[in-house]
Write a protein of this length. Structure first.
Length: 68
């Protein structure tokens, strides 16, 4: 019988991170978010860089398919 305190759990399988979202061409909001993401990445602030990615991904544009 195995003791749950000393038995290893199942392995964790992690996926590769998503590619950064592409900003809509000609959109000033997306351009600002890309600049914000770039600054955050240079500072090593991956949380802020991810926040910018989320905002770019969810910024509405007509004619642009929404990715989930």
């Amino acid at each position: 019988m195995s003791d749950p305190r000393t038995t290893m759990g199942d392995p964790v399988h992690l996926a590769l991170p998503h590619a950064p979202p592409k900003p809509a061409r000609g959109c000033a909001v997306c351009a600002e978010l890309v600049a914000r993401r770039r600054v955050a990445q240079r500072k090593g602030d991956l949380s802020a860089a991810t926040d910018a990615d989320v905002e770019i991904r969810h910024h509405p544009h007509r004619g642009r398919p929404r990715h989930r």
